[in-house]
Design a binder for this molecule. Structure first.
Ligand code: SAM
Length: 215
């Protein structure tokens, strides 16, 4: 994602009641149910960008809790602004953090499911371990994901998708569902929520790939 510094974004995030702040988020490890005040299953989106997908998902599923994770304040602030227009959405919070720290923020098996949407491709081989569906990240997801939990990954980037399939196999995960053309896959497209990037790339005629994996 091209990044533009948004003046005041850090301050706005620091003020927001929808963001669990960096100085306390690790204290919530294993206690996210208390943060939400219920014992609903918790789903997270890693690299959520401006948050359209997770906000829509949270609206559809009041019976679950959702945490949207984004590394950059300048991007997260857009999700926060939108969130402020939806005060009735009680089941959605945000974290500004690098996903490398996930196991320090969520406890063992605390997360019911993980969404990765249009993750940055990091095309250079030497950066492969920064890719969110890499084996290094799968090992982090393994620590926090419930036994029967799934990781769902969507992208328009065929190379990244093939890398993700290979990484999941190498790491011993089971491929539960897979399509190279989500929008024309009658079964997998059911209930699909378009992300910002998905709207942009499918609008340009690009096919969207999706996989669902579990251990
Ligand atoms: N998921 C959104 C969508 O589909 O429209 C945004 C896609 S954008 C290409 C990828 C996002 O992931 C960026 O906002 C980026 O800052 C975030 N990101 C990349 N690596 C991350 C990491 N290690 N931890 C948290 N967020 C990350």
């Amino acid at each position: 994602m091209r990044l533009r510094n948004v003046p005041g974004s850090r301050e706005e995030i620091a003020r927001s009641r929808y963001v669990v702040q960096e100085d306390v988020m690790k204290e919530k490890r294993g206690h996210w149910n208390e943060v939400f005040g219920n014992d609903h299953p918790l789903y997270i989106e890693v690299g959520m960008g401006k948050g359209k997908f997770i906000a829509e998902l949270a609206g559809r599923h009041p019976e679950y809790n959702f945490v949207g994770i984004e590394k950059y304040s300048s991007v997260l602030v857009r999700a926060v602004k939108k969130r402020e227009e939806q005060p009735d959405l009680e089941n959605l919070l945000f974290l500004r953090m690098d996903a490398e720290e996930l196991p320090e923020v969520f406890g063992t098996e605390e997360v019911a499911g993980i969404y990765l949407n249009f993750s940055d491709p990091w095309p250079k081989d030497r950066h492969a371990k920064r890719r969110l569906p890499s084996r290094e990240f799968l090992a982090r997801y393994d620590k926090i994901l419930a036994k029967d939990g799934r990781v769902e990954f969507k992208t328009d980037n065929r190379g990244l998708f093939e890398f993700a399939l290979e990484e999941a196999k190498e790491a011993g995960w089971t491929l539960e569902a897979c399509t190279f053309d989500l929008h024309n896959d009658e079964e997998m497209v059911q209930g699909n929520i378009m992300t910002e990037y998905e709207e942009r790339f499918s609008g340009m005629g690009q096919a969207i790939c999706k996989m669902v994996i579990r251990r």
